[in-house]
Design a protein around this ligand. Structure first.
Ligand code: GDP
Ligand code: MN
Length: 382
């Protein structure tokens, strides 16, 4: 779960990292009130869960009420990178001398957290890694070990920081690592961490992404995950308890595991366009698969559905009942192809067939998708 910038900024502030004076507005009127309170010039920042808002027109300066009104109206009325703007964060505008990058994430290869710092802040860190890798320094930390100020100083000294700036940056970095640990984050990022012309430091942007599996362990108050999701289909996915990623095609996919789901998606994409990635995990019931069908059919102009489930701990015959019940109740005429192997497979096939589902009994996802391709060709040229 990725937090909004204003939520991330509150967390950074709670551990003592300096952040700008700011307040969040939900209407143009609020935006104006807050701007008056903070004092001009202000920065208006669209609160959408995506990076690169600056370049997309979502971070703007306003030097007076007329500009605030104009920009707020514009932002509330448009999308930033496809996401609607429901909130604007109003911040004091500061004078920036330098922009740094501080981040902590998990290095999946090393199996450890990695702390990444760069003297090139405000830009995409991946681009810096390509173009000027010497401007980045990183350090792996053992997940259970402390991260000490002297380690932070050594790391930052390697980028050429010194004296007071070195000490104050190291302090921020140690605090940022504390956020990473305490919130069991997958990613925390300050980009940019600004050195002000007045000499102080200020975290001007905040990214905090928390591992959903850790939510129940975190003691600090957190926003409700459902409030974080802007896409109605992804929100429904979260409500019914499946992993759902919305894509822009028209072939729906239901799978019982991430591997099956990825394989289905990739192989289908050779000729057709997946509408989604969906994975139920180990909780299949009749009701759940009924709801998965409901979710897929929320999308307009779907052309086919591909089901790829494995019956290990999952009762796939129960799931099949849900799919077929949905198809009967809603008179689904789209081609539905299913590959279902494992426990109760014969029973599952019978149930699927009774509802008009095309069952593929082979073990390879390729051959099941091939069947989908054949059916779709028939659809186009009957
Ligand atoms: P992002 O594009 O989504 O990462 O949004 P950011 O919050 O990082 O804002 C984009 C850029 O706006 C930053 O990199 C800064 O250069 C600039 N910016 C944000 N706040 C201020 C400010 O108070 N003063 C100045 N001069 N620039 C700011
Ligand atoms: Mn940023």
């Amino acid at each position: 779960m990725r937090l909004h910038e204003y939520e991330g900024a509150d967390i950074l502030e709670s551990v003592g990292i300096p952040v700008p004076r700011r307040q969040v507005a939900g209407t143009t009127e609020d935006t104006l009130h807050i701007a008056e309170e903070i004092g001009y010039p202000v920065i208006l920042k669209a609160q959408v869960l995506v990076g690169g808002r600056g370049l997309a027109g979502g971070v703007r300066t306003a030097s007076g009420p007329d500009e605030v009104e104009e920009i707020a109206n514009e932002l509330f009325g448009r999308e930033i990178k496809g996401l609607p703007v429901h909130k604007i964060m109003v911040c004091e505008k500061v004078d920036i001398a330098r922009e740094l990058y501080f981040g902590v994430t998990i290095d999946g290869y090393a199996g450890k957290p990695v702390i990444v710092v760069s003297t090139e802040g405000g830009v995409n860190i991946e681009a810096t890694a390509r173009i000027s890798p010497e401007k980045i320094a990183s350090l792996h930390v053992h997940p259970e070990a402390e991260f000490y100020p002297y380690q932070a100083r050594t790391l930052l000294r390697s980028l050429g920081l010194s004296r007071r700036l070195l000490v104050s940056c190291a302090d921020v970095l140690v605090r940022l690592y504390r956020v990473f640990r305490e919130f069991e984050a997958l990613l925390v990022e300050i980009n940019p961490l600004c050195v002000l012309t007045s000499g102080g430091l200020l975290a001007v942007d905040a990214v905090v992404e928390i591992d959903n599996a850790a939510l129940s362990r975190i003691r600090q108050p957190l926003p409700k995950p459902l409030e974080q999701i802007d896409n109605p289909l992804e929100r429904k996915g979260q409500e019914i308890g499946v992993t759902y990623v919305d894509l822009d095609g028209d072939i729906g996919i239901i799978s019982s595991g991430a591997g099956l789901g990825m394989a289905s998606m990739d192989i289908i994409a050779r000729k057709l366009r997946p509408a989604n990635f969906m994975e139920t995990g180990g909780g299949i019931t009749e009701d759940l698969l009924y709801k998965c069908m409901e979710l897929i059919m929320m999308k307009k102009n779907m052309k086919a559905i591909f089901i790829n489930v494995y019956g290990g701990i999952n009762p796939i015959h129960e799931g099949a009942k849900g799919v077929v019940r949905y198809m009967k109740e809603h008179h689904v005429t789209l081609p539905v192809v299913a590959k279902a192997l494992g426990n109760h497979q014969e029973e599952t096939w019978d149930i699927f067939r009774s509802g008009g589902v095309h069952v593929v009994t082979g073990a390879a996802t390729e051959s099941a998708v091939e069947r989908l391709f054949e059916l779709m060709e028939k659809e186009v040229s009957p």
